[in-house]
Structures are given as structure tokens and as C-alpha cells.
Design a protein around this ligand. Sequence first.
Ligand code: ADP
Length: 473
Amino acid sequence: MRFVMIATYFAVIVTTLVLMSLYIIGFLSDNLYSAERVDMFAKANIIAQNVSEVWGNDASAAEERFREPADRCLAGTNIRGVVVNKSYTVLYDTNIESEMTGKIFMRDVLRRALMGEQVQMMNDSESDQKMLYIAVPVAVNGQIVGGVYLAQTVESIVTTIRTIRTSLIIFSVLITLLIGMLSLGLSYIITSPMEEFTEAAKEISKGNFSKRVKVKGHGEIAEMANALNYMCEELSQIEEKRRKFVSDASHELKTPMTGIKLICDSLVSIDNPNPEMVKEFMRDMSDEVDRLTRIVERLLVLTKLDAGGGSVKMEKSDIRLLTGHIVKKLSPIAAERNITINTDYHEDLFAPVLMDYDRLYEAVYNVLDNAVKYSPPDSMVTVDVSEKDEWVLIKITDSGPGIPEEARDRIFERFYRLDDSRARETGGTGLGLSIAKEAVVLHGGSITVSDGEDGGSVFTIILPLDNGGESTV
Ligand code: ADP
């Protein structure tokens, strides 16, 4: 990845620099040459104009006539100027040493100028000096009578362009080196955390959830590191919960199984047990099997809830109907210990809740079942349903021993029991309230516990009132 990043940076930078340099050089040389051309054409045309005013074909006299207008125009320059007549005979040459006056001076640019064109040409030969040639016609009374030829070296422009090109090359090389070093550093800064993340991800996939990555700075990479660390934290908590669940579940299953084993061993060790005794042992064994079944059933419910509730069928239903069914189911059991279940809600109340009936039934059943289980004989349990704002409240009040403040959150944990021996006596699995809580949360509600007015505890289940139709989650 690092190599790809550096290569990409380099490709982009070098291409940009080359294009930029080519553009600058092209633009500059165009401008410099064109300025020179314009200047020489202007001079050539002024000379042609001045010369036409004093035109004459006499070569020796012409030199005298033309010197002043030509020299005036070319003063201070190193331009060579030649004036020829229509038969290419030189009438005047600013370069006196060439001794061309009166001789034939035939050039391509002049040939075209004598045909009426304004001509410019540049020799592109690499070895020779670079020269710019200009030729314009001289006209008298609308008739072309000769031509003006100007020649000038443009070596200074060539040198300027060469200097700029050299500077640009040095500048580009320096920039490339600088960017190269920067991109090397930058790629290291970007890729080294990535490598660390990859390492961490590999470790996590092996189950090492204690792995953490270093968080540097505040940018996106730091955010990613934080997210990775948070994920590790969550995963280690989930793993911890899973381990605890497996060990708790094994422990819970082991207790009734040990009971069954004990009963069997006792039966085997007794010679000729009387039928009454065998019956008694079998009854105990049946109780232990019931307990085992209860635990397994509840574990299955929890597993379903863990998997996001499995397929939850939400339907609009009246909460009183649900509590009514549960009260009806538990009343005979309560009556065995002379406990009365009192329903306390307004008869006209209709509290529609979008619910998965079976799951919510199980949740409320577990709470009411506990209220009956933990209440003393000859006491009363109250089920109160009311509405508040957008919520429906189910309050279950018992006359039991109550739940100490510090245990009020923990009783909703899996396998948590306040008093192991008392709970076992009542046939508790320590799973009822955790199932209730998960089912209520699945319905968008909450469950809490508080002290009752005359001792005992009050379990409050809050559920959102229905404001929609039927749906399946
Ligand atoms: P269990 O099946 O053991 O009752 P739960 O999850 O239903 O398990 O309850 C967890 C623990 O909370 C119980 O073991 C019990 O100690 C305590 N508990 C639950 N409901 C009541 C109640 N109404 N009064 C007193 N203690 C309760």
C-alpha cells in the first residue's frame, strides 16, 4: 500500500510539473518571438514607407537617399537591413562591410515580398545562430518596386528560454525530491496505523480481545483506533458474559442432576426398599426432572431472545386481556397458600399495546409468579394497570420480603438469586426476571423494582401504547 501511495504521488506530481514546464516555456517563447516579430515588421514597414518616398533605381545614388531613413529606424539595434529593387539588386545595405550594394541579393523571403506578401521566417538549424528574417514590399504609386529585408539574431531569446528551461528543470527536480520525501513521510504516517490495525484485527479474529491499538491525535485515524478499541472492549464483555453464562448454566444443570444421582444411589444402596419409600424417592426425582426441564426451557427462551427475539409477531392487543389471563392462571396456585390476586384497574380502560403476546405473557407471568412465590401465606398480591402519557404501566405489588436497594439491578441478571436456598425452595432458576426484562426491552419498554408501601416489592413494567397497526418484526 505504501509503495502504491508513493508511486501515485510521484506520477501525479511529475506529470503536473512536466505539463506546467512545457506550458510555461511554450507561452514564454511564443510571446518573446512574437514581440520581436511585431517590432521588426513595424520597422520594416516604416523603412519601406520612407524608402518609397525617395525611390529611384540608381544604385549609387540610392545608397545616399536610403541611408538616412533606414539607419534612423534601425539605430541602436543589431538588425541588418537591406533594400533591393525588383531585380534583387541591392540598393542599400546597413552592413557596409558586406559590400553588397549593386549586387544581386536573392532570398526566399524577398521573393515572396516582391509578390506583395509580408513575410517572416526563422532558421531552425541547431548548429547555426538562430535568426529571424522579415521581408516587406516597397510600393510606389501602388506598384511594387522593391523590397526591404531585415535580419536579426534571436540568440538572446534562445538564451533566455534556455535559462528559464534550466531553472524549471532544477525547480522540478527539487520539488519532486521534496514531495517524494514528504509523501514517504505521509505514507508512513497513514499506513503505519493501518498496519497496526491489520495486526490488531488478526489478533481479534484469533480471540484475543484484550488487544488494543494506540490512539494518536484527533483525526479520522484516531477515530478508527477508538472504534477498534471500543469494538474490542464490547467483544471482550460479550465473551465474558458468554463464559459466565455457560459456566452458570452448567452449574444450574448440575444441581438437579446431582440430586437425581443422589436419589438413584440411595435407592440402589437400600436393600429391599419398601414401595412407599420407592414412591417417595421417585417423587423427589420427578421434582428434580421438573426443575431440569424448567431450566432447559428457560435457557431456550433466552437463547431465542439473544438471537434478536427470533421471529417476533407483533400484534395490537389489550394489555388487560393479557394480565387477566395470567391472573386466572395463577390464582388457583396462589389460592393453595391462601394468597389473593387483586386486579386493580378501571373497567373502561383499554390499553392497546403492540405486542408479541406469548413473549409478553411470559414476562408478566414470571413477575406475577415471583410475587405469589415470595409472598407469605394469607397475603395479597395486586396487579394494577394504568396509562400515563404515551405509556401503559403494569404495577405488581406483593407482600414478600422485598428486595434490598443494592440488588435491584442485579435481580434482572441471568442466574442471579437473592437468597439461593429460599429461591431453590421456591423452585427458582434465577432466569425468570432476566427473561422478563429482555422481553420487555424487546417491546420498547422497561422494568424496575421498588419498595412497597407496607413492605414487599413493587415491580413496574412500562410499555409504549400502540399508535400503529399490525406488523411483523
Ligand atoms: P427465580 O426463578 O429464582 O425466582 P428470578 O430471575 O425470577 O429467579 O428472580 C431472581 C431473584 O430475585 C430471585 O431468586 C429472588 O431472590 C428475587 N426475587 C424475584 N422476585 C421477587 C419478589 N417478588 N420478592 C422478593 N424477591 C424476589
